[in-house]
Design a protein around this ligand. Structure first.
Ligand SMILES: [Fe+2]
Ligand SMILES: [Fe+2]
Length: 197
């Protein structure tokens, strides 16, 4: 695996400490996905004139809380005054929106731009910053992804970050509907902003 390099100026913890905590919080496969998202985020940042170190760190931590136990999520949603409607959803939704609680608590990252990008990385949103888009798209096109259409997604995203977001939202909605899965309303709202021509 490529050596993970990001200059961390966003947490009192060292980069090595962040890497160690993340490694301990998830399975190896997911950890490797996070490394690839970090590298892809760096690439997208470079192409779009964004801070590469910040994008690499945000990409690395985006799934930090994906394997936090369901019961712990339910407890945090109730105790930390998250929208109670979140209790009707699942970890796929929680690990972004509620995941930032664990990133702040464990990794001591408080930078609002990084936290917002993590918060929006699964659902997308009607308003998205450059970093939000970078993390959203990097998660979708990292080299380990192999769904039908991923090559097209990469081509679109490397040519235009905004169109990459639109492509991803369309693909995600199609997938959810085909599989008769519930659609998080914000994802639909995001599609109405980024997905249409
Ligand atoms: Fe995720
Ligand atoms: Fe991910």
């Amino acid at each position: 695996m490529t050596k993970l390099i990001f200059k961390n100026t966003y947490s009192p913890l060292s980069s090595e400490q962040i890497v160690a905590k993340e490694k301990a919080n998830m399975k190896k496969k997911r950890f490797e996905h996070c490394v690839r998202v970090s590298e892809t985020a760096r690439k997208l940042a470079k192409l779009n004139g964004y801070d590469e170190e910040k994008a690499a760190l945000a990409g690395f931590v985006h799934d930090y809380a994906k394997q936090v136990p369901v019961e712990e999520y339910r407890k945090v949603i109730k105790e930390q005054d998250f929208d109670p409607d979140l209790l009707n959803w699942n970890r796929a939704i929680w690990h972004g929106i509620v995941g930032i609680f664990f990133i702040e608590r464990d990794l001591k990252i408080r930078d609002p731009e990084i936290l917002t990008a993590v918060r929006r990385h699964t659902t997308g949103d009607t308003k998205m910053t450059t970093l939000d888009k970078i993390i959203f798209v990097a998660d979708f096109i990292e080299p380990g992804r192999d769904f039908p259409g991923v090559e097209e997604a990469r081509k679109v995203a490397y040519a235009s970050l905004d169109e990459g977001v639109g492509y991803e939202l369309q693909h995600t909605l199609e997938f959810l509907i085909e599989n008769k899965n519930k659609v998080y309303p914000r994802t639909l709202e995001a599609y109405n902003v980024w997905g249409i021509k």
